[in-house]
Design a protein around this ligand. Structure first.
Ligand SMILES: *Cc1c(COP(=O)(O)O)cnc(C)c1O
Length: 381
């Protein structure tokens, strides 16, 4: 039996050659030619004002919270249906994550619940664009303007994904991208912080580079550099940047291929949705997604698990997703209020993600899925 994995890291074919060039140049630590190239490609693709390559998406989120100047006791509103990194970045600066529920169509933060969660301590909203599908950013930005909140986007899954024609991560003050190998394009581990406001770029340069003005120095704007403020080492190595450059060059073909698979799934599952057996994702008109993920919603945990096991017996690796943060042991320890998040709990129980990667044998995959779904033949070979 052929096994179809859930995901497979994309390889463009130029990674080895680009890394090989480093041995000629003798620069490995970052801030070199490939870092500049990857930054330029990202600036062009996203339209952000500034970009900082980081060692992970998590590091980009943490840098984002430091640059935002969040302090002890500040509250940040985010969904509970996300990876722990989103909330950890908030905790790292001493701020308080405030969880709100998600929508059942996109699995994104429910914008209508944000206002109720705002207190006098709220400083920011951190929308997560699940599966590269945009949150309702028009609504969120209007609300943020009204209450003078920052909009900090977790765009970890959102490379080459848009709200209308604006790249995700450029709709608020800052946005974090991830290049972990499970994302559409990757560098093994890696990330980037997108910054859309000039004065935040200056602050980020110092924090990014050990609290020094080394970046100014490298641009020839200063004769030397020294310790100016607190900071850390967030940068991506040149080896990683070489790998990432090769991947960034083919991002549009990766997106196209993934979107194509996404649409084949969507078509194939339409009849099951009509029967009421499952619910397909519902993409709002303002989203121009990147085919990062194809999630299905089943009516119950039992049916979801039956389907997951049935698929697994056929060699198809389908996965559920996040254990909600609000009800996790850490979430319960830090939560100010025992919020009831029924959609988050429901989606945790009923969501199943189909295999999706560049090079997936979608015909074979759909054939096996059809056998399981049409026969509902879990347990039967
Ligand atoms: C992948 C991911 C992260 C973490 O990114 P890393 O590069 O693995 O550190 C954070 N938030 C979301 C929503 C993610 O999908």
């Amino acid at each position: 039996m052929q096994t179809i994995p859930f995901t497979r890291p994309y390889i463009s074919g130029n990674e080895q050659e680009y890394i090989g060039r480093l041995f000629e140049s003798g620069t490995f630590a970052g801030n070199g030619t490939f870092s500049r190239q990857a930054e330029d490609l990202l600036l062009k693709l996203t339209g952000a004002r500034g970009v900082f390559l980081t060692s992970s998406g998590t590091a980009a989120l943490e840098l984002m919270c430091l640059v935002a100047g969040l302090n002890r006791g500040d509250e940040v509103i985010l969904p509970s249906f996300t990876y722990p990194s989103t909330a950890n970045a908030i905790l790292r600066v001493g701020a308080v994550p405030v969880f709100v529920d998600i929508r059942r169509d996109t699995f994104n933060l429910d914008q209508d619940l944000i206002e109720k969660a705002i207190s006098k301590n709220t400083k920011a909203v951190m929308p997560v664009h699940y599966a590269g599908v945009s949150c309702d950013m028009e609504f969120i930005r209007d609300l943020a303007d009204k209450y003078h909140l920052l909009v900090l986007e977790d765009a970890a899954q959102a490379i080459d994904a848009y709200h209308y024609s604006s790249h995700l991560g450029t709709l608020g003050q800052m946005g974090a991208l991830s290049f972990h190998e499970t994302k559409n394009i990757h560098s093994g581990q890696g990330g980037a912080l997108l910054i859309n406001e000039e004065e935040m770029i200056h602050r980020a340069e110092i924090i990014f580079d050990h609290g020094t003005n080394r970046r100014q120095f490298l641009r020839g704007e200063s004769d030397s550099y020294s310790w100016k403020d607190f900071g850390s080492s967030f940068s991506m190595s040149e080896i990683t940047a070489a790998f990432l450059s090769a991947q960034l060059e083919s991002v549009s073909s990766v997106t196209e291929e993934r979107r194509n698979v996404w649409h084949l799934y969507h078509e194939a599952f339409s009849k099951y949705e009509e029967e009421g057996f499952l619910k397909r994702p519902d993409i709002p008109a303002y989203c121009n997604h990147n085919g990062h993920c194809y999630p299905l919603l089943f009516p119950s945990l039992e049916i979801r698990e039956n389907m997951r096991h049935g698929l697994s017996e056929k060699g198809i690796m389908a996965h559920f997703h996040y254990v909600p943060l609000h009800s996790s042991s850490m979430g319960r320890r830090i939560s100010r209020w025992g919020a009831d998040l029924p959609n988050t709990d429901h989606v945790f129980r009923c969501l199943l993600r189909m295999p999706l990667y560049s090079g997936l044998d979608i015909d074979e995959c759909l054939k096996c899925i059809e056998e399981v779904f049409s026969g509902r033949c879990f347990g039967r070979k």
